[in-house]
Ligand binder design. Structure first.
Ligand code: SAM
Length: 202
């Protein structure tokens, strides 16, 4: 079973920052790696499911013309809304993956530490929805903790292994270290181009 919204509401009732995302070098550095891994300097419309308190949403908002942030936990939604209140191009909504995804299409989806909360059927539905909603050449960035988390339906490594087999997506970035794996996939067709090719270096 996917972890329920109530599970996350309880975590947030006990602590406004249950994973210590706002505290410490590990998360700060990982956010820097995420932002550096995005192949393009700007995106037209991005979706960030599982935004938590908005610590990644803030720098993402600076790279996007429009950003839709979702979280099932009301406390997380309130915190992200308050943080981004002065940025009218950002919409923060209470929402859980799947079956719902926001309306319209995106050229960036950032799934950071969220897909391992979904069971097999929900992950398959999420990958289908992302593939359908990504514009041609658009990017999916996925990043997940690789160490043990027995209460989650699936381990982070398995999330990335199954992503590699999805049709319509081609990997353009892979960053692997002991604690987390980060990958960026491009929606195909067209054939993905490297950052050097996209920026005219070759
Ligand atoms: C570990 S935090 C990750 C926060 C942020 N993405 C980051 O990497 O800094 C996971 C967040 O995902 C949210 N979440 C859990 N299940 C979800 C679902 N089915 N759809 C969207 N978000 C979900 C939780 O409420 C929580 O705020």
């Amino acid at each position: 079973m996917s972890l329920s919204s109530e599970y996350f509401d309880e975590l947030y009732a006990a602590d406004a920052d249950p994973w210590g995302i706002e505290r410490g070098w590990y998360e700060e550095r990982k956010r820097a790696v995420v932002l550096a891994a995005l192949p393009r300097p700007r995106y037209a419309r991005a979706f960030e499911p599982g935004c938590a308190g908005g610590s990644l949403s803030v720098p993402l908002a600076a790279r996007c013309d429009e950003l839709v942030c979702w979280d099932p936990a009301q406390r997380a939604v309130d915190a992200t809304r308050a943080r981004l209140a002065d940025r009218p191009h950002v919409r923060v909504e209470q929402g859980a993956l799947p079956p719902r995804t926001p309306d319209g299409t995106f050229d960036l989806v950032v799934a950071s530490e969220v897909v391992y909360y979904l069971d097999d059927a929900d992950r398959a539905a999420f990958w289908d929805a992302v593939t359908e909603r990504l514009r041609p050449g658009g990017h999916l960035l996925a990043v997940h903790w690789l160490r043990e988390a027995p209460e989650y339906p699936v381990e982070g490594g398995a999330v990335h292994d199954e992503l590699a087999d999805r049709p319509g997506l081609a990997r353009v970035v892979r960053h692997d270290e002991a604690d987390f794996r980060l990958e960026v996939y491009a929606r195909t067709p067209p054939e993905p181009r490297s950052v050097a090719q996209e920026t005219g270096l070759r």
